[in-house]
Design a protein around this ligand. Structure first.
Ligand SMILES: *Cc1c(COP(=O)(O)O)cnc(C)c1O
Length: 390
């Protein structure tokens, strides 16, 4: 019997997607007009319990707009993580600003101790501005990424941001559905704690619109600016008058039709992902040299991606595991190459990057789709129990 391929993370479209898409096509509302776009924005705001949401073409364009709305310009610098997908940082360059790269801690999110140390000792705070001692530039904002659906330490991050007058943009592209269950921000969703947050509905994310994104905030003025900029900055609906350079970033009715159907299923997806995560975690901790990295216990994570941590004691290293699983028709991938090591960021400033490189060497992402069956998970575990060098 030949086995079917088990992909890493693929869409799950078994709800009302076809019904809503068909309605969009039948009514011929396929572009950025149409009722589903507004409806989807309202539903996302309601689900994440924030004041409002502005749709966009993808997470990357959402981050671009968030930076513009937060007033980041080519004069400024932005603190960013090095261990994440490059789309979290490229928008800093779109607005002409420069990134300063930070390390991660054991949660894979930004190391807040290093962040604090950097602000305290490598910068000066003068006239309400955090100035980088090396470049003498104003650090105006930071981008915080909730890696794999885990939550960065928002309590301490917001304290630091308030102290140094930094805007906080949450890249919650991987964390739709993650929220605090205790502490100061109990009940608050990833993406809704800083000045602006961004979700992605790319095909590999926990819910998808094919491609798509959403900007959320509790600040209505910022949301208004975001809507204005994503819709060509019209100052008049009828006459073609525009008061600044805008973008054509709004989501289409077709994307929003998918999004509405996916949102109805999100809690079900999270439940399946949690069950599969627990199963993997329990079985894999019995294998010497392997473990599944934990999510923080102060949050209800969305369990988006599972991070298999490979220690010396296991028979295979990261690359050998990926090859071996591929031979068993199981897709696995390393985490991202550090952004500060990528060609476009060769000259960029970094601050004490250390753990990110260690995790890069040792983490492998294993299948986590919400339509992954228990049998599929059992098969992946069986394979990991009998490692072979390929
Ligand atoms: C997916 C992702 C993005 C970009 O989202 P798109 O919708 O693909 O543009 C940005 N940052 C991180 C951390 C991501 O995982």
């Amino acid at each position: 019997m030949s086995r079917k391929f088990i992909p890493l993370s693929v869409p799950n479209l078994k709800g009302k997607e076809l019904e809503y898409i068909t309605h969009a096509v039948e009514t011929e509302w396929v572009s950025t007009g149409g009722p589903y776009v507004n409806d989807f924005e309202l539903k996302v705001a309601e689900y994440t319990k924030c004041k409002g949401a502005v749709s966009c073409q993808n997470g990357t364009s959402g981050l671009h707009i968030a930076l513009e709305v937060c007033g980041v310009t080519k004069e400024d610098e932005v603190i960013v993580p090095t261990l994440t997908f490059i789309a979290a940082v490229n928008p800093v360059k779109y607005v002409g600003a420069e990134p300063v790269f930070m390390d991660c801690d054991d949660s894979l999110t930004m190391d807040v101790d290093k962040l604090k140390y950097f602000c305290e000792t490598e910068c000066s705070f003068t006239n309400g501005k955090l100035i980088n001692n090396v470049t003498e530039k104003h650090i105006k904002a930071m981008i915080v990424v909730h890696v794999f659906g885990n939550m960065a330490d928002m309590e301490r991050i917001i304290e630091i941001a308030n102290k140094y007058n930094l805007k906080v943009i949450e890249d919650a592209t991987e964390a739709m559905g993650t929220y605090y269950i205790e502490g100061k921000y109990k009940g608050k969703h990833a993406g809704t704690i800083g000045d602006m947050g961004v979700y992605s509905f790319n095909g590999n994310k926990i819910m998808t619109t094919g491609g798509g994104g959403m900007i959320v905030s509790d600040n209505e003025e910022l949301l208004g600016r975001a809507k204005h900029l994503t819709t060509q900055a019209k100052s008049d609906e009828l006459y073609y008058t525009h008061d600044e350079i805008g973008y054509n970033y709004r989501m289409t009715n077709l994307q929003a039709a998918l999004g509405l159907a996916q949102l109805e299923k999100l809690e079900d997806f999270i439940k399946v992902k949690k069950d599969n995560y627990d199963f993997y975690k329990d079985e894999i901790q019995k294998i010497s040299g392997l473990e599944i990295l934990a999510f923080k216990d102060t949050i209800r994570p969305n369990y988006w991606f599972y991070a298999l941590y490979v220690e010396q004691g296991y028979a295979l290293n990261r690359d050998q595991i990926i090859k071996y699983l591929a031979s068993k028709k199981i897709q696995a991938r390393p985490i991202w190459g550090l952004i500060s090591d990528q060609k476009p960021y060769e000259g960029s400033q970094t601050h004490k990057i250390d753990k990110a490189g260690q995790y890069l060497e040792k983490v492998v992402n294993i299948p986590c789709s919400s339509n992954l069956s228990r049998e599929d998970v059992a098969y992946v575990i069986e394979c990991l129990k009998q490692p072979e060098v390929i």
